[in-house]
Structure formats: C-alpha cells, structure tokens
Design a binder for this molecule. Sequence first.
Ligand code: SAH
Ligand code: SF4
Ligand code: F3S
Length: 439
Amino acid sequence: MTAPKKLYIKTYGCQMNVYDSERMAEAMGGQGYVETDSPEDADMILLNTCHIREKAAEKVYSELGRFRGLKTEKPDLKIGVAGCVAQAEGEEIMRRQPLVDLVVGPQSYHRLPELEARVRNGEKALDTDFPEEDKFEQLRSRPRAQRGPTAFLTVQEGCDKFCAFCVVPYTRGAEVSRPVDRILTEARDLVERGVREITLLGQNVNAYHGAGPDGDWSLARLIWALNDVDGLERIRFTTSHPNDMTDDLIEAHGTCDKLMPYLHLPVQSGSDRILKRMNRSHTADSYLRLIEKIRAARPDILMSGDFIVGFPEETEADFQATLGLIEEVRYGYAYSFKYSARPGTPAAERPMVEAAEADDRLQRLQALITRQQHELQDAMIGRTVKVLFEKPGRFPGQMVGKSDYLHAVHVQGEGLSKGEICPVRITGSGANSLAGERA
Ligand code: SAH
Ligand code: SF4
Ligand code: F3S
C-alpha cells in the first residue's frame, strides 16, 4: 500500500467557504488524500479564497509567494486556488503566479478529482464554469467520520440582488436553492455523526425556495421540518436580507423551539440616500419596522448586522444617520467594514470618500457597536442560559461553548463534556465572551 497523499487547505472568507472546504477535502479523500495542518507536509496546497474586499483578495497573492520555497524543495507539490478569487481572477492568477497548478471556481469544485488527475500529469487546470450539474449531488459519497457538535449546511447559494458594492453575484452566480429532501438527508446524517446544532447557510439564506414534495418550500418550512429531526437540538441560519424576512420566518422565531434567538440581518447604512445608491431596496425605516416586528415575535432575540462606512459620496450626515440607526436597534454584535472598491461593480466607478475620513468613521462606528455589545453582555450577568459545549478551554476543567444567543461562554467545572447542552449561570463578561458556571 502506498502512503496517503496529504492535502493542506487554508480557508478565507465566509462560512460558505468553510463548508466548501470540508466538501473539497472529502472529494479529495476519494483520490487518496488525507488532510494535514502543515503546508510543509503537503503534496497539495489548496487556498479557498475570498474576493469581498481588496485586502482579502491581495492576501492570496502574498500567501502564494510564501509557498515558492516549498515548491522549489518539493517539485511534486501541487498548488491550487479555489473560491471567489479563483472565480473572479482565474486566468490572472495563473499569469501572475506561475507556481499555481490549478484554479477551481466555487461552482466547479466537484470536478476537483479530475482536475487533480490532470495536474498530476503535469498539466495546468482551470475550471471556473457555472456548470449545469448540481455540485452537491456529485459529492454524496461522503466518509462517515464522527463530527463535532456544530456544523454548517449550505441550503442556498448565489445572489440576484446586485448591491452596488458587492462581488458575490459575480463570483457565486445566480441564486439557487437545494431541494428539501437532500437537505433533510444531510441534516440527519450530520446528527448521526454527533452534530447537535446546524447553521443553515446561504448568501441570501432567507430567500430559500427549494423544491419540496409539494412545490417550493420557504426557509421557515424547512426549519419546521428540521425541528422534527430527533437529536438535532439547535437551528440557526445566516445571512439574511431584510427584504426576504417573510412573516412565516418571523413567526418561527417566536414558536419554533429549536430555532435560536439570534438573527444576523445586515443593513449596511442608516441613510436612505446611501441605501438607494447601494441598490439595497429597503430604507432605514423599513428595516427598523422589521426589527420591531421580529422583536414582537421574539422579544429577547439578539440582533447582529453588517455595516459599510465610507461608501462613495457618504457625507458626515449620512454617517450620523447610520449611528442613529445603531442607537435605535441596539446590536449584540456587528461586523463593520471600510468600503473597498471592487472592479466590475457599479460603485467602483464613483468618487471615493477620503481614506482618513473613512477610517475615522469606522473607528467611531466600532466604538458605538462595542459599547452596545458590552452593555448587552453585561446584562447577561446573573442570568442562566443554555450552553452547547464545543471544545476544551485554555484552563484545566474548562469548556467553551455557545449560548442560545451565540455568545461564546467559558465554563469552569468538573465533568463537562463536548456536545453537552447545560444550563449555565453567567458570572462575568469579557471583551468578546462571557464566563459562567454550571447551574
Ligand atoms: N449576503 C449578505 C452579505 C455578503 S458579504 C448581505 O446581503 O448582507 C458580507 C458583508 O461584507 C456585507 O454585508 C458587507 O457589509 C461587506 N461588504 C461586501 N462588499 C463590500 C465592499 N465592497 N467593501 C466593504 N465591505 C463589503
Ligand atoms: Fe452582496 Fe448580500 Fe447584496 Fe447579495 S444581498 S449583492 S450577497 S451584499
Ligand atoms: Fe468572500 Fe466569496 Fe464568501 S467573496 S464572503 S468567500 S461568497
């Protein structure tokens, strides 16, 4: 028997890339590869990349440069680029970085085994098609390895919204939903392998409309079906668009017991003038009214969001409107970014806000968000929440897990085990996590 070949995968970007990396590792398992966490040991290195902001995309080239020495030492080493940079700049990558053997876009990764065979023959391989066949279906012969207590499950992919700043509709393609039966089968399979919490993924997950036994199902219907899967204890979903937050989904937040009280609902800006230029097709007010409705269904829900500051032509008054919206919502968590012009998107043609001004706005916005996050974290002290333990902490006898509200919680105590869901009394609040003891 020959020794297995080793695959090193590095993942950038969103959770969907994390899910895709797992699928690619499984596909390569069929080619006799096992995963390694060190690039020095690898026979193949695969970077699963993100194109969302310029910094994310540039990282790929600097990372590739670092592998030059390895490839000189080990001429048989194959280097591949997957994900959204591969999709957007496939040919340019091959040109700019001759040590790259293989480029595979996010919709073609089920073809990775064929591409690998070609590079083993000394060819270069590039596949950035949007093929007809369903990549998920092509990857069903999965190894039945035991899994950790939490997992991602992609249910929807791509986006038809074309926000003026965003590359996703170009890199991931049009919006597609997976059929209901495939998702339920995959969920049951995950549960059999030890998973207790599933996060349903999609760039526009709440636009889900997959084929069910009796016509298309909404995300809410899918969640209700998952609610009946024995052994599955928690359901989450991300990322949602405000315009697809339908009444049945809002209602599920109040009535579906396995659906967790956390919602990531990006708004990007609190200024209607900017929202319009972003092509977001919602207003600050419609977003606030939507949150009122969600909180009426589930008063304790923890809200998180995404913000872009320094979008072209954003004035101080526009920015103040964003701060005002944040004050009204009170976020438990938020991601904020300085606008990055992406080639090929409509906003890239417009005049930029001065960099120093954008940096200053980002700092002010982040200070406000951090204050809110800490206020909401501090309010948890003394309360008892359920925590799903995910891994041992830094100290002996410590476990780290997530609350219903997705707070990271460090728990000290004897006999705590991974995968267990326990009531925990919160005793302290840190920079990005809570501390507690078993109640
Ligand atoms: N589908 C999700 C988010 C996808 S990208 C949604 O509709 O909101 C994740 C986040 O990256 C976005 O919410 C946005 O805040 C940020 N982002 C996207 N393009 C960006 C750009 N060009 N510059 C800065 N941030 C960007
Ligand atoms: Fe990008 Fe999200 Fe807008 Fe789609 S809805 S274009 S993924 S920001
Ligand atoms: Fe990045 Fe592609 Fe995800 S651009 S955020 S990896 S969809």
